[in-house]
Design a protein around this ligand. Sequence first.
Ligand code: HEM
Length: 518
Amino acid sequence: FGSRRTGFPPGPPTVPILGNAHIFPKDHAFLQLSEWARTYGGVYSVMLGNGPTIVVTSAKAAFELMEKQSAVTVDRPPSHIGAEIVGTAVNLAFVPYSEDWRLMRKAANSILTPQSAAKHVPIQRAESFQLVYDLLHTPERAWWHLRRTSNSVALSILYGRRAPRYESDDLSVLFDVVDLVGELLDPGAHPPVDMFPILKYVPERWARWKTMVKRLRSMQRALYFRLLQQSEDRVTNSEASEDEPFIDKVVRRQADYGLNRERTAYLGGTLVEAGSDTSASFMQSFVLLIAAFPDAQKRLHEEMDRVVGSKRVPEYDDFDNLPYLQATIKEVHRYRPVAPLGLPHAALEDLTYDGYLIPRGSAIIVNMWGIYHNPDVYDDPEMFNPERYLKSEFGTKPDVDPSYFKHTMPFGFGRRICPGRHLVDNTIRVNTMDLVWGFTFGPPINEATGKPEPLDLWSYSEGLGTGPKPYKCTIKPRSSQHADLIRSEFESAIPLYGPYEEGLSNAEKEWLAQQRFS
Ligand code: HEM
């Protein structure tokens, strides 16, 4: 028990019973896993509990195992805490391969198409106008404005209900839920119940996670069913339309999709949770990095001035003419991936790779951090340098074979690839254009000395999804003309918010009236 069988991919030496569990890192595991790849190669194993966990740190192996053999690697490893959280329900992102996963995934794929995502660009742009308007007034709250915007976009598109301020009711509950999920599923945070099942039987008074699980489950159910009820009411009282919220579409076709009410509630809840802070983390990294790297920012501004100028705000299609911005977005995904280890997959059958056996049931982790920070693949990988994506399609060194790389790699692999990627691509496109167009970003200024202070590029949260912890930076409008246009665009966007604000509470509506017409 705990030892590595002959034929498994190599890995760190094991000890009896624990295998490698005692040396598995608790914090920023992707860093240690990348270190081990230097010693044990692009496909190695760590022994956790009774079976191997396979760590893939090579684009070729990721392609061969996760794309070409996706039908076999579509499973997720069992998670006792994950299963306890949902109880009798199902979470699309964590559920093992099953009829439940197939039905929910089919519904998600059919509503989250690129064509369908395009119908929601108007509210994404309107949200982005509020973002730049908020930054004009309270730039010191940038981190929070970015979080509000991404979450409000997710709520608007999925449920037709926006959150106009950080303190909005739905948003506060969603933040509590997302934070608690992050805390519970952070691999280092709790006793390893999946590796040592006996730990499941520790009484609740000594197992804090059990109390947290119960609290989370009741918070999630209250939120999911409240949001679902609003969709159901709208569907009863209105005709179907192409740009209606995604969950309304699912409610209308619930029987065709084979989903009952609980599955529908959990599909919506999982999408909104998976899609909210992930997008926010990306945008928070984008701002942090362009504030920290003035050369890249200068080139972004030059390009924006040439293509858009200062007499109008960017339009959606301008993005196609902004290659340096496109390269910067790819570099942010590479430099600070939101999901450095993706989500673990599992093998439904025995597999072989490079002569090694990957036995049925093994968990498989693709270490995106390790791939993206490998000096054999990228020149100077610890340098933030969008330029690399202008020199070659995937930013890789000239002698690296590009056929195993894909621009969707930050969104995972195979049949489990992130279904929200088209939606979030649009959010990122619209937000980054508006931010670069409107503002100059820089490091924070020390009040006592008047000098700039360095930004901490390593202060990131722990967990499956990671993003910068709250930080300060300076944000100034690029000119008074830019500031005037931001104000007028925000004012002209106000009617667009209307349909998404109908269900807001009276307190929220009063606050809005004061904010907009004072
Ligand atoms: C920058 C933003 C985002 C990033 C970087 C991201 C990344 C990922 C990754 C790496 C996975 C795991 C894929 C795999 O197992 O191979 C995933 C899964 C998933 N994502 Fe995203 N995601 C983002 C935004 C979104 C959005 C906006 C939504 C919903 C609207 C969403 C919904 C999901 C769901 C439901 C899954 C689980 C899919 C399954 O297990 O079948 N994500 N995402």
